[in-house]
Unconditional design. Structure first.
Length: 318
C-alpha cells in the first residue's frame, strides 16, 4: 500500500530530533551560506544540502533543479518525468524556479520557493507519485502543511502555500483583450483579459460558456508587447508589411498629417511624377510602366509594387 502524504511528512519530521552527523554538517553549511551578505543564491548547492537536512537524502539524483525563463504566472513548479521505457510510469521530477519572477526578489523568496517545491518533490517520490492534490487540486493538503510547518519552525523559514508576487506576475501579462459587451462596465475585470502569452480568449477557457450566456460580447486585442529587433527580423515580409501598415494607421490617427500642407502634398506628387517620367520610356509596355506608379505612403517616392515591402523595410524601419 503506497504511503500517504501525512505518513511521508511524519517520517521526514522524525529525523529532525535528533539530527544525524550528516544533517548537522548540512545545517552548518547552510547557516554559513545564508549568513553571508551575498545576494546570489546557488540553488543547486542549497538543494543538495536541504536534501540531506530535511528530505532524508531521497531527492537526489531523482530531482533535477533548474531556472525557467518561461514561468511567469507561478514562481515554481514540479514536472513529473515519465520513464522513457514505460510511458505509464514516472521516474524523475523536474523542479523549475521562475527566473522572471524571482530575479529581483529578496534571496529569502528564492529559498522559500525552493523549499516549497522540494516538499512537493519529496511527497511525489515517497508516495509512489500519488502525492495528494487535496480539495483545491494544488497539493497543499495536510501532509504538505505538516512538513512545511516543521521546516519553518526548525530553520526560521517562511514556506507558504501561495506566493504574493502579484505585481511581478501582472507585469508579464502584456497581451490584453477588451470585451465590447455589457461586462465592459462590470467589476472586477471590466471586460479585460490579460495574459503573458498571445492566446486570445476562446472556448478553451473554462469561463467562456458563461461569458457567452451572460455577456455575449466580442473580445478585441488592445495591447501587446513590442517585438525585439531580432523578432522583427525573423518575421516574413507579409507580416512586416502588416506591422508597417499599423504604424502608418497610428501615425495618421494621431493627426500627424496636420503639419503637411496641400502644397506640400502637391509638390511631392509632382516631384514623384517627374521622377517616374524620367525613368520611364515610351518603348516600355504599359503594364511595366504602371508598376512604377505606386507612391510610398511615407515618403511619396515612386516604388514598384513588388518592391514596396522591401522599400519600407529598408528606408522606414520600425
Amino acid at each position: 500500500m503506497p504511503m500517504t502524504d501525512e505518513e511521508a511528512a511524519l517520517q521526514a519530521i522524525s529525523t529532525l530530533d535528533p539530527l544525524s552527523v550528516d544533517q548537522h554538517a548540512a545545517k552548518a553549511n547552510i547557516d554559513s551560506t545564508l549568513g553571508s551578505d551575498d545576494p546570489y543564491v546557488d540553488i543547486h548547492k542549497l538543494f543538495g544540502l536541504y536534501n540531506v537536512l530535511y528530505f532524508r537524502s531521497l531527492l537526489l539524483p531523482r530531482v533535477e533543479v533548474t531556472w525557467s525563463s518561461r514561468l511567469t504566472l507561478c514562481v515554481g513548479i514540479c514536472e513529473l518525468v515519465r520513464d522513457p521505457n514505460n510511458g505509464n510510469k514516472y521516474t524523475r521530477v523536474r523542479l523549475k524556479l521562475s527566473e522572471p519572477l524571482l530575479k529581483y526578489r529578496p534571496r529569502s523568496d528564492v529559498i522559500n520557493t525552493l523549499l516549497h517545491e522540494a516538499i512537493h518533490s519529496y511527497l511525489f517520490i515517497t508516495t509512489s507519485w500519488r502525492h495528494a492534490r487535496g480539495d483545491d487540486g494544488t497539493g497543499h493538503g495536510a501532509g504538505f502543511l505538516l512538513l512545511a510547518d516543521a521546516i519553518n519552525n526548525h530553520g526560521g523559514y517562511e514556506v507558504n502555500v501561495f506566493h504574493t508576487f502579484h505585481d511581478e506576475v501582472d507585469s508579464y501579462r502584456t497581451h490584453i483583450w477588451q470585451c465590447d459587451g455589457p461586462c465592459k462596465s462590470q467589476a472586477p475585470f471590466f471586460g479585460i483579459v490579460k495574459r503573458s502569452m498571445n492566446r486570445p480568449p476562446s472556448k478553451g477557457d473554462p469561463w467562456w460558456r458563461r461569458h457567452e450566456q451572460d455577456c455575449g460580447g466580442v473580445f478585441t486585442k488592445v495591447a501587446e508587447p513590442e517585438l525585439s529587433k531580432e523578432q522583427v527580423e525573423r518575421l516574413s515580409g507579409l507580416k512586416k508589411a502588416g506591422r508597417q501598415k499599423n504604424k502608418l494607421d497610428e501615425w495618421v490617427s494621431r493627426g500627424k498629417l496636420d503639419s503637411v500642407t496641400t502644397g506640400d502634398l502637391a509638390q511631392s506628387s509632382s516631384d514623384s511624377r517627374k521622377r517616374r517620367k524620367s525613368t520611364t520610356t515610351a518603348a516600355e509596355p504599359a503594364t511595366k510602366r504602371s508598376r512604377a506608379c505606386l507612391l510610398c505612403p511615407i515618403c511619396a517616392q515612386g516604388v514598384t509594387e513588388e518592391g514596396m515591402n522591401e522599400h519600407i523595410d529598408l528606408e522606414h524601419p520600425l
